[in-house]
Each structure stands twice: as structure tokens, then as C-alpha cells.
Design a protein around this ligand. Sequence first.
Ligand code: SF4
Length: 409
Amino acid sequence: MNSADSESLARRLLAAGYVEDSLERADVAILNTCVVRQASEDRVYSKLHELKQWKTPERTIAVTGCIVAKEGGELTRRFPHLDAVVPIGEYEDFVAGLEARYDYSNGEALPLAGRTGISHYVRVIQGCDHNCTFCIVPRVRGREKHVPLQAVVAECRTAVAEGAREVVLLGQNVDDYHDPDGRGGLAALVREVEQIPGLKRLRFMTSHPQDLEGELLEVMARSEVVCRELQLPVQSGDDTVLKRMARGYQTRHYRTIVENARRLMPDLGLVTDVIVGFPGESEAAYLNTRALVEEIEFDVVHIAMYSPRPGTFAATKMDDDVPQEEKLRRLNDLLALQRGIAARKTARWIGRNAEVLIEGHDELNRPYGRIRQGKRAIVLRGGDIQAGTVVNVRVLQATAGQLLGLPAA
Ligand code: SF4
């Protein structure tokens, strides 16, 4: 989501004649921020401290992203060398202010064409209508705003015309998407976008177990373009913890979704998020999460230790009662378990063919990209294969994180 926001602001600035440059040569530094965890927020403060050395009266420092909604004017009080605090998406006044300050009309404006990568992110929903008790997103990104279906399709068409071969539809809870003009939900949107000539891949994220619809799974299963990958955060494998998190589903429901999805797409790539050490998570509750991770065999599990985010229900009303060392033990235990599962799952690809959309070349000039199921893959020969090509690869080796293979005969 932040990458999409950065891109949108960068495009607006490029259109105004600005160029991206090193910090040493730049007139303007913009920090796009994330506050989903305390560690990300701390990085913003440390970067702002560092920029104090860089700042001169001629230079501008701006902050945008989620920290603006969380901290607002407090930021300029704490960091007097900060010039602008820009709410997400409200870039016009900021850019107009810069244009009044710096004249780049004779500058070497970079063309926008050629900027679009193989994979292009398109935001379809801003904000979230859920209220998970641990999450700061609804507070900093607000209630859901849905981009009209025609506007999303138009952006995707432009991206493909500029060279993108994959689009990723983004929403904090993308399954909740509905066109404000009544043209349907995510399944309808996916059906429209997948028809764009030249588009080879379509992904969407992040799904929510409460809102994912069976129709979408059927569209995925039938499509040649939609990727066989679901990003479906479970957060906990224990029903009492899920209730305290206000996730709105129980583990039985989650298991049913996975069963249905795998019945339609046996090779589905499944990615999830888990929080360990949530308030009230007993050892037995943690073991339920462990058992669920073992049973479902996710391809990737993003594991986080619970950290209270100010203003959330969990931070204000619940006791952060799992000691830090216990959170760390659970984190490491789950990481070790998942490493083994991921290695076993990628090893199952050995001897099979997989379609890789080439995104670029690594330092050894080997083409790399991702397979439809989401795993990263490296093609061991074929340095002349262009980015944007889909290559059928025979998988020869696998590690927990990636596949290696040769173009299939
Ligand atoms: S659905 Fe996701 S973004 Fe929305 S409140 Fe829950 S965790 Fe946060």
C-alpha cells in the first residue's frame, strides 16, 4: 500500500518536472511512513533525526503516510526542521507549494513512460471498515473508500500500455471491494481486469476470511491470468484469541475456506499473517496456533510479536500480559516450524514445470521472477530472456524461499 502511495506521489512530482536524485543533491526529501508496528514508527523518528544534518534553509523535508494521521501537528513540534506534514493522498497543495518554491521549468524532467515496472500496484480501496482490536490501520487510514471500477480498469490499461505485465489490486481488505456505481464486487472487477489485452498476471491482496467470497475462488480457478495465490491472514489458530482480536471468524470457518480453495485449486499458494503473544494468549492458545500452522501448511507465514499500538482497543483495554521473552520464544518456535514446512512445500516442485513471469536479471544475469503460485524462481540459463516474458521452467532445485530451474524443452 505504501509503495502504491509513493508511486502516486512520485508520478505527480515527475509530471511537475521534478527528478529523483540522491539525497546529497536533492532539494526535497519526502518520507513515506508506516506505523503498523512500533519498530516501523521508530525508524521514521530516527530518519528524521538523521535528516537534521542534511537540512538547510533551501531544502525541504516532508513527511507523509500513516504517521501523519497518528501524530499530526505533534511531528512539527518534535522536529522543528520538518517543513511539511502531508496527509495520505492529499498531494495537490503540497506539490503546488513546492512548485511555488522551486522552479524546475527548465529542468531535465524524466519521462513518465518507462517508469512502470513489470508489476504495477493499483489501490482499489483506501482504509478499512473492520476494527481488529490490535490494528491501527482504521485510525490512520480511515473508513473504506472504494475506487470506481471503471477508474481501476483504466489505470490497469494504462499500466499495461506502459509495459506492466502484472497488476496487483490492493486493499487493506480487498475482498470488501464494491464499485461505488454498483457494477459489482471484487469478482466482477477481477473479471474486467483480466480481459485487458497484454496483461499476463493479476493478483490481489489482502483478503479477509470474513469477506472472501466463493465466487472469487471460482473466478481464480477458471482464469488463465489470475494468480493461484491467496494472502489470507489468520492471525491466530485459537478461537478465544480470535474473538479478543475481533476478527469476526473462528478457525473452523478459516479451515473451510482453505478446503474449498484447495479443492478448486490444489496447487494454490497460501500466505498468512500470525501474531504471537496477543493479550491473554495462553500456552494452550499458542499451541492451537502452532497446530493450525502445521495442519494447513502455508507457503509463507509472516509472524509478528504483538506490540500495542496506541489508541487501539487492545492497547487501551487489554493487559499486554505475555512477557517479551515468551513472545520471542513463540516467534522463534513458529519460525522454525514454518521453515521446515516451507522447505518441504517448495521441494514438491522439483521435477515439475512452473510458469515464471520474468521481472529482471540477478547479479549473475540469470532471469528471475515469480510463478503463478507466488514463489520466487530463478532460471539458471537464458540471460537473453526479456523481462515481461512468461517462461515455462522445469524445476531442478528448491530452497525454502525459491525455486531454480531451466527453460522446459
Ligand atoms: S482487517 Fe486488516 S487492516 Fe482492517 S482492522 Fe483488521 S487487521 Fe487492520
